[in-house]
Design a protein around this ligand. Structure first.
Ligand code: RUQ
Ligand code: CUA
Length: 688
């Protein structure tokens, strides 16, 4: 405990040291010394900034000050126009509430998918019914939520392998989970957890994607409601929520989903067991101290109060058993959501605790599911548990209990190895060579270390640090190619760094995030950073990387008149301009319209103030990339009508005037002419 406090003290007093930002290497110009030296080197850019871009490759490289290693790295990553990437990374867009789609190894940004936050280019949340319905699904009964703190994306799996069909991502800020359909890379569903305000933004799928697991975070009275912090131990509770995914419908089935009530520790990240540990879920926790925060100089704040214990508890959940119990009469409903009460979880032997050192963060199951690695933020080790030993300890009946009566398995009986790595181990990913990679936040480094057991075919010593690669700076997560599957690819690793400091052009005090691509193709100590990708959307947390050829997205929608909400032909589709019509019934007006280069039909729509307007617009195009927009500024509407798409908008014509509507995609040479007028006649005859 003393050690932890010391470390915390260091954190508070010497941030430059703990953040590893190497301020000693930075002078007041904000430039690291190294960089200054480099730029005054011979062979660096000539004074005045002019760089010779003509000449041979060697001459250009010399003129730009590129070393042979730089050139090698450029060759590894450079991807010429028209050549496609081998991998696609789906990264959290952080507070942006979006998902970043990035090609690898080029690290080119391919798309930003609007998920929790309205996104105008995709017409996400600007009138298109299909998207308004999605966003509404994520609202609370009292508040529309229009931002998110997206954390962990999770690709759907079949047999423990990414299948390229769906992507899930969690919103920490609002305890929500999103479903994105990778046929059109659009968000189809948001679900709001009805029993908690906040989670850790984690989504973790089981090997066949029957369940999407959401760990909790800060304990609350379950389902909302008030209780003073003095009653924390009794009235506050944590949760682990299991969302049932209906693959055929491409939606989470809320009615079949459930949560397990757990003690008011702060549950954190989870991972699903696979193969050897299939059917189990592992989540970690912090604050087993039950700290409640204190005001005033003599109080113990959370930072220290929640870091006293040498061990917190990994939660191991027998999901197969839990799913059975969730169907039965022992459950309760909290805000209409099925919950397995803590005592039932104990009695039915669904929930087990396993001590984990020290302020644990990441929990990461190995590819074949035999081991579980924990990174303790205030520990120097990665701690590896053996799932077979966990089962044996359960069978042997060897356990204690925590104050809530949850069985606690003996640490020594279930641990396989502790591997000393360095300061601030967080998250671990795996490759195809029997290595594990752990991010070291305080060291600003990525550690490569050897797994043991079946993973060691090369005779190397198991459970040993092999090498560390410095990163710039303060890495949070790592993402590895196919890294969370039963058969990771190796090749590439991305370090998702929290700080960038001096890596990029100064763009003001809010700096870009820094994704660093690391080449992990060779075994042993060679594991260099080969590319930096500044990310101007923050703060990305986790990412997953899939083989590009597993993605089979539509090139255009399969039929003209496609509804992206139902992923089927819309009942409101029309397939030719002959079918364009306007129908009026009292003050209800319904319009069936089309878009095709380079005109809308109709180009005049005549309304009366107060009309209830429903408008269906079909993009008749069948050619790839022939997207049209539909902007009606007076009503805050913007649609993205992709080839074949039908969208519906509904509004009350309460703003009189002669309103132009126009196409917001530069679709043709006569794109400017793609316009129409919506004439809303004032209800009084008096001129405006
Ligand atoms: S976790 S702070 Cu993924 Cu490291 Cu959220
Ligand atoms: Cu259609 Cu511009």
């Amino acid at each position: 405990m003393k050690r932890a406090l010391m470390l915390l003290g260091v954190c508070l007093l010497v941030p430059a040291v703990i953040f590893g930002c190497r301020r000693e290497d930075v002078d007041t110009s904000g430039q690291p010394k190294e960089a200054q030296e480099e730029s005054s080197d011979e062979g660096a850019a000539p004074a005045g900034g002019a760089v010779a871009l003509s000449g041979s490759a060697e001459e250009i490289a010399a003129s730009r000050g590129l070393s042979p290693t730089d050139i090698e790295n450029a060759v590894r990553t450079y991807t010429p126009s028209g050549k496609l990437d081998d991998y696609v990374m789906f990264a959290s867009g952080g507070h942006g509430g979006q998902v970043l789609v990035v090609g690898m190894p080029s690290m080119r940004l391919l798309k930003l998918i609007g998920v929790f936050t309205p996104e105008p280019w995709q017409g996400f949340g600007f009138g298109a019914e299909s998207t308004m319905n999605v966003l509404k699904g994520g609202d609370t009964p009292s508040k529309p939520l229009r931002w998110a703190d997206t954390h962990h994306p999770s690709l759907s799996e079949t047999n423990g392998e990414y299948d390229g069909q769906f992507l899930f991502i969690g919103d920490k800020a609002n305890s929500r989970v999103a479903v994105i359909d990778l046929r059109d890379f659009e968000t189809k569903q948001l679900v709001k957890n009805p029993i908690a305000d906040i989670d850790h933004g984690g989504t973790f799928v089981t090997p066949d994607t029957e369940w999407v697991v959401e760990g909790g975070q800060y304990a609350q009275p379950m389902g909302g409601g008030y209780a003073p912090l003095e009653e924390y131990n009794d009235k506050y509770r944590g949760h682990i929520t299991f969302w049932k995914f209906d693959r055929a419908r491409g939606r989470i089935d809320i009615a079949q989903s459930f949560a397990i009530e757990v003690p008011p520790y702060w549950q954190d990240l989870c991972d699903a067991g696979k193969l050897a540990s299939d059917g189990w879920i592992f989540c970690n926790s912090i604050n087993t101290e039950l700290a409640t925060g204190k005001n005033g100089p003599d109080g113990v704040n959370f930072e220290s109060g929640a870091s006293q214990n040498d061990m917190d508890y990994m939660h191991a959940v027998d999901l197969d058993k839990a799913a059975e119990v969730a169907k039965g009469a022992q459950t309760t409903k909290v805000n209409d959501f099925t919950v397995i009460p803590l005592q039932v979880a104990i009695d039915e032997q669904i929930l087990w605790f396993i001590p984990e050192p020290k302020s644990p963060h990441g929990v990461d199951v190995t590819p074949k599911g035999e081991y579980i690695t924990i990174g303790g933020k205030l520990d120097q080790n990665a701690t590896v548990y053996n799932f077979q030993k966990i089962k044996d300890a359960i069978t042997a009946g060897e356990w204690d209990t925590d104050p809530y009566g949850v069985p606690v398995l003996p640490f020594d009986k279930v641990v396989e190895a502790q591997v000393e790595l360095g300061l601030g181990p967080l998250h671990t990913v795996y490759d195809d060579k029997g290595y594990a990679y752990t991010s070291l936040f305080l060291d600003s480094a990525v550690a490569r270390w050897t797994l043991g057991g079946d993973y060691r075919q090369d005779g190397a010593e198991p459970w040993k640090l092999v090498t560390k690669t410095p990163v710039q700076y303060n890495v949070g997560h790592l993402a590895a190619a196919e890294g969370d599957t039963a058969s990771p690819d190796g090749n590439y690793l991305v370090s998702l760094n929290k700080w960038a400091i001096d890596r990029f052009q100064n763009v003001g005090p809010l700096l870009p995030q820094n994704f660093q691509l690391i080449n992990i193709a060779s075994p042993g100590e060679n594991m260099p950073v080969v590319y930096d990708m500044p990310v101007g959307v923050g703060e990305p947390h986790y990412a997953q990387i899939i083989k590009a050829d597993k993605l089979k997205a539509f090139e255009v929608y399969p039929e003209v008149g496609w509804d992206p909400e139902t992923m089927a032909k819309s009942a409101n589709a029309i397939t030719s301009e002959d079918q364009v019509r306007v129908e009026r019934d009292g003050n209800n007006v319904e319009v069936w319209a089309t878009a095709i280069r380079s005109h809308f039909t109709p180009e005049r729509i005549e309304l009366k103030q107060g009309d209830n307007v429903t408008m269906h617009i079909t993009n008749l195009e069948t050619q790839r990339d022939a997207t049209h927009g539909f902007a009606l500024s007076a009503y805050n509407i913007n649609l993205s009508l992709e080839p074949g798409e039908t969208e519906t908008i509904k509004f009350v014509a309460d703003v009189p005037g002669a309103h132009p509507y126009y196409c917001t995609e530069f679709c043709s040479a006569l794109h400017l002419e793609m316009v129409g007028y919506m004439l809303v006649e004032p209800s009084q005859t008096a001129a405006r």
